[in-house]
Design a protein around this ligand. Structure first.
Ligand code: SF4
Length: 442
């Protein structure tokens, strides 16, 4: 690619806290690319009105957006604003993230030209290269687009090796938690991570240490905080993602401790990662105690009804959650337990079981982290009714809130769940209109 083409082009990546991890990883993959490392990148705030002047020196502009299902309306509006502001430029819009991956069609009818379905690192760099070189990018694996009203979804690319891509961008100083594991061996039916259908992979200890060192070098004025991204932190190193390899977890944490020293803070099994209840054993808890600074551990409990847990394919019981919580508290950890109200199949008896469960957990010392079920695209529960907080819950919720034993976004999520269902219906109508024009659709 000529330096003129590169100099005349730029990438805009609207930035928000919610999307920061995805942006960090994608921009990291450009940092190590022999050519694209020199591409000019802008990170305006997602809430910012596009500024035409800022991009006047560029002829070709790529607008990249990472989208959660809860952001579709906002991002759709944003794309519209960019198209208006940059109407005299050659602008292409690419979207990736959980929503485009789960339902590429509904993303495409909301603004972008093309979407990336699944892992973005390799696909994104290949797309930018081909786009800037005027090469045919429509056949790149992992991309989807609409052609004559028909959704074209290319085959999936091979899963990436995490060791070959940085977890964040050192060049652009986007320091984020280090993704140590990608993919989940469990298949919870409400979860978008499972829906990606990607195998479990771990970043090697050596590669994690490279980025721990980068964080340490950057944060020279304060102690380094090391956090991780993982669907199930204690499964680190496990070949199947289910049978624990605690030697590997210990190797990881002890090696990080050697780098950050006693003053450095290691948060493992706490935000933004969490643990599944069955991974909490005396051995695993002693490792957490010995090597980490985690005060609070986040346990995925989700429901107090074994029937509801089974319907969601959680693979553990409510008793297992209570056992894990008691063990963690015995070792002086604070514990937050995720509970989801209104999961599919939840009836009055299940509500009663979950309330008893919440009482037992809070009496044991845990705090409930409350959610309401949202039917997310791409999951087996995508077509279920939006979650509702049963009236029976209300008194207990208020009581626990007053005693600082429950916190969460359950009310907001109940509203979001309704909005998602409404949006799904309107997308269906758009799909029918497209299909009537084209005579065929996906
Ligand atoms: S264990 Fe967690 S990350 Fe894995 S599928 Fe279930 S909810 Fe998703």
């Amino acid at each position: 690619m000529s330096s003129t083409v590169l100099g005349n082009s730029c990438l805009i990546f609207p930035f928000s806290r919610v999307n920061a991890n995805a942006i960090g990883a994608l921009v990291g993959s450009l940092d190590i690319h022999p050519i694209l490392k020199d591409l000019k990148i802008y990170f305006p705030k997602i809430s910012e009105i596009p500024e035409q002047d800022k991009y006047q020196n560029f002829q070709r502009i790529i607008l990249a957006v990472s989208v959660y299902s809860t952001q579709v309306a906002k991002i759709s509006k944003l794309i519209e604003l960019y198209r208006k502001a940059l109407k005299n430029k050659k602008l292409i819009v690419i979207a990736g993230g959980p929503h485009p991956t789960g339902d590429p069609f509904s993303m495409l009818i909301n603004g972008p030209d093309i979407v990336c379905v699944g892992e973005g690192e390799a696909v994104f760099t290949e797309f930018i290269m081909k786009y800037l070189e005027n090469d045919d990018y429509f056949n790149i694996k992992g991309l989807a687009y609409i052609e004559n009203g028909i959704l074209i979804k290319n085959p999936k690319p091979n899963p990436i090796n995490l060791d070959e891509y940085p977890p964040f961008s050192v060049k652009h100083k986007i320091y984020r938690p280090i993704e140590i594991t990608r993919g989940c061996a469990w298949k919870c039916r409400f979860c978008q991570i499972r829906s990606k259908g990607m195998p479990v992979r771990h970043r090697s200890v050596d590669q994690v240490l490279v980025y721990v060192d980068e964080i340490k070098k950057y944060f020279t004025r304060r102690r380094p905080d090391i956090r991780f991204i993982s669907p199930n932190a204690l499964s680190y190193g496990s070949p199947d993602g289910k049978n624990l390899d605690l030697n590997k977890v210990e190797e990881l944490l002890s090696s990080i401790r050697n780098i950050v020293g006693e003053k450095g803070h290691i948060y493992f099994g706490s935000f933004p990662s969490e643990v599944r209840p069955e991974t909490i054993t005396v051995e695993s808890v002693e490792i957490l105690k010995k090597y980490t600074n985690s005060k609070k551990i986040i346990v995925g409990g989700q429901s107090g009804s074994d029937k509801v847990l089974k319907l969601a394919d959680r693979g553990h019981s409510a008793d297992e959650t209570e056992r894990a919580v008691k063990l963690l508290i015995k070792y002086d950890f604070e514990v937050d337990v995720d509970i989801i109200f209104g999961l599919p199949g939840e009836e009055l008896t299940d509500v009663t079981d979950t309330m008893t469960h919440m009482q037992k957990l809070t009496e044991a010392g845990a705090t409930i982290h409350s959610h309401t079920f949202m039917p997310l695209v791409g999951t087996p529960f995508a077509n279920k009714e939006p979650g509702r907080i049963h009236n029976q819950y209300v008194e207990l919720i208020v009581d626990l809130q007053n005693n600082r034993k429950l916190k969460g976004m359950h009310e907001k999520q109940e509203e979001i769940a309704k909005d998602l269902a409404i949006r799904k219906e309107s997308d269906k109508e758009k799909k029918v209109i497209q299909s009537n024009h084209a005579g065929n659709l996906d």
